[in-house]
Design a protein around this ligand. Structure first.
Ligand code: 13P
Length: 250
């Protein structure tokens, strides 16, 4: 049985004051989210503070990325052990902004995914196609390739402790959500692809949808059979908006 999981990816937003307010607001509404799991992914510098603030609550903490190495001369990177030490349970890897703005390749993403697992963190592997790739009809090829990079490095069984987030790049921050049917088609493709290798892993795998999810469209998206929650950007920055999405999942 899969439980719905909603993660807020705060990206590079907020301040010490605003994240304290945001966490306070989310905590105040946690009683109404039912069975949904709730994760927040603050900018790295605020992870320690957020972990302290959520202590004893049902809110989990995730990082927005993770170093592919465990220690050493890797300026600007943060290791899995460091993230774990400061309370992270999850690590987003392969977000489309990392892929497109910072040049992370499928192989680099797979290495970061492996680093998360090695350090006891659950990777949230982001996959998704660009608008031109959808228009060319190669969505499944692109998403399949992104998942294969991870499977060939870590094996399909590794997905038993991971989450996949399908985020069509054209729907991120644009206000253009994939229709529930469009998203469901890709989610089903992902689950079927994994089921061909391991049916149990596929049946239990949480596949989130991300891209302009709001309180007003969350219920319809989360009602689809293979959509197990969401990875939320803009709407995760206001407690009420985020809670409305968590409630739709719960
Ligand atoms: P938006 O919800 O702002 O479209 O962002 C989605 C996203 O990229 C979450 O990782």
């Amino acid at each position: 049985m899969r439980t719905k999981l909603v993660a807020g990816n705060w990206k590079m937003n907020g301040s010490l004051a605003s994240i304290r307010e945001l966490i306070k607001g989310i905590q105040a509404g946690m009683g109404s989210v039912g069975s949904a799991g709730v994760i927040v992914c603050p900018p790295a510098i605020y992870i320690a503070e957020v972990s302290k603030l959520v202590e004893g609550s049902n809110i989990s903490v995730g990082s927005q990325n993770i170093g592919d190495q465990d220690s050493g001369a890797y300026t600007g990177e943060i290791s899995g052990a460091m993230l774990k030490e400061y309370g992270c349970e999850y690590a987003i890897v392969g977000h489309s902004e990392r892929r497109s703005i910072y040049g992370e390749t499928d192989e680099m993403v797979a290495n970061r995914y492996a680093a998360a697992r090695r350090n006891g963190l659950k990777p949230i592997l982001c996959v998704g196609e660009l608008l031109e790739e959808r228009e060319q009809g190669i969505t499944e090829e692109v998403v399949g390739r992104q998942i294969d990079a991870v499977i060939s490095l870590e094996g399909v069984e590794s997905l038993a402790d991971a989450v996949i987030a399908y985020e069509p790049v054209w729907a991120i921050g644009t206000g253009k959500t994939a229709s529930p049917e469009q998203a469901q088609d890709v989610h089903k493709f992902i689950r079927d692809k994994i089921a061909a290798l391991n049916a149990d892993v596929a049946a239990n795998l949480v596949i989130q949808y991300g891209g302009s999810v709001k309180g007003s469209n969350a219920q319809e998206l989360f009602g689809m059979p293979d959509i197990d929650g969401g990875l939320i950007g803009g709407a995760a920055l206001q407690a009420d908006d985020f809670l409305a999405i968590c409630q739709a999942a719960g």
